[in-house]
Every structure is written in structure tokens, then in C-alpha cells.
Design a protein around this ligand. Sequence first.
Ligand code: AP5
Length: 212
Amino acid sequence: MFMVLLGPPGSGKGTQAKLIEKQWHVAHVSTGDLLRAAIRDQTDCGMTAKQFMDRGELVPDELVIKMIEGRVGGDGCVLDGFPRNVRQAGALEGLLTARSWRLDHVVSLNVPNEELVRRLGGRRTCRECGAMYHVEFEPPRTEGACDECGGRLYQRDDDRETTIRARLEVYERETAPVRDFYSVRGLLRDIDGVGRTEEIFARIVAQVSGAQ
Ligand code: AP5
């Protein structure tokens, strides 16, 4: 199964993708995670990407498309954070068609802006295993430490207020048109992204099962 998760920053793409990965046994491919790993490893790609990410802007298409090519595999995947503009959507379509695969589902998580700002401002991530928390909605048992592995929790550089606002603007300008791209192809499924994580996941399961 090939699925795209669309939604603004903080809408819960990463959170839901982890559940989708387990439910349908598909790989979770997150361009944001891949870029952050490249930054940690100080690769050329990572160093270029960092300048854009710190400003809340999109990383150049060529770099991201090249990165994704080797990750979209025959056993299926859930794409989180890609495509992020119409050009990337076209590239994904071309990539799948060339391998005689097709996209099965496009799920768009809809969350109001005030809630997005609250979620992103309170997000904390484990440096070791990548587990995600929220200081208010999903706090770790011990402040600053991961429940899973004890690793140190950190706040992403782009989760500061001014960068969050910039990311939301970029979403409206660049990524919202991707909804139309998939809507005309009959693939877009809108999901209410407000509520408990498990409730939202149940909505996704219902949509995907209903469409099969
Ligand atoms: P990326 O890492 O993809 O970030 P994003 O799209 O901005 O999304 P986030 O990871 O911030 O949020 P999310 O929707 O995954 O929500 P999450 O589950 O974490 O991209 C970062 C940057 O990389 C971009 O700005 C760009 O520069 C670059 N980039 C990436 N892909 C690119 C591409 N294709 N092209 C060009 N550039 C690219 O949840 C957020 C918080 O909310 C967490 O604390 C979580 O615990 C909490 N939460 C989740 N669900 C709920 C709920 N139901 N109720 C309450 N809290 C919740």
C-alpha cells in the first residue's frame, strides 16, 4: 500500500504515520526525519537543507526528490512530509508510474492554526529513539527524559514561535495546492485531526478500509 499523509506542521502526520506503519506493515518515510538525520551526519545535503529548515522554508525540490527516490519501495510506504508542492507531487506520480505502482490513499489531517501552534510549541523529541512527546498533552513520566529509552528530550530548532508561523505560511502557499492535485484524481480523504491520537487513527482506518 502506498499512502501520502498531508497536513500542516503539527497536524500529527508523524504521530499517525507511526501507527499506520504498524497497522499495515509499510515503511514510514518522513522527509523531515531524513533531512534531520543528514544534518546530524553533517552531509553536504544536510548542510544545505539546514539553511532552509531553520527559516521554515522548503528545501530545494531536486534535493528532496533525489532523497526520496531510493526510499519508495515495492512493499509500500506511508509518506510523511512529501510531496510538499505540486512539482513534488508530479515527481512522485512519475516515480510510481515508472515502476507500475500507484498511490492508494491520500489522507489530509485538518487542524486549526491555534491548535497547531500549541502542539508545535510544546513538542519534545527523544534524541536517541525519536519518540515524541508534548509537555502538556503527552508529557513524559520524568521531565526531559524519554519513557522508552531514557534518552534526552529536545525541542526542534524550527519549533520556535517565529519559525512555526513561517512554516504555516509556507504550507498555505506551497502545500495546500497539493490537495487539489489529489482531489481531481479522486484520492483525497479529509480527516478531522482534532481529538485523541487513537480517535484520529480510527478515523483513518475507517476511511482507508472504506476505500478498499
Ligand atoms: P517535517 O519534519 O516534515 O515537519 P512538518 O511537516 O512541519 O511537520 P511536523 O513534524 O512539525 O508535524 P507533524 O504533522 O508530523 O506532527 P507531529 O506528529 O510531530 O519538515 C520540517 C522541515 O523540513 C520543513 O519545514 C522543510 O524545511 C523540510 N522539508 C521536509 N520535507 C520536505 C519536502 N518534501 N520538501 C521540501 N522541504 C521539506 O505532532 C506534533 C506535536 O503534536 C507532537 O508534540 C505530538 O505529540 C502532538 N500531537 C500529535 N497528535 C496530537 C493530538 N491528536 N492531540 C494533541 N497533540 C498531538
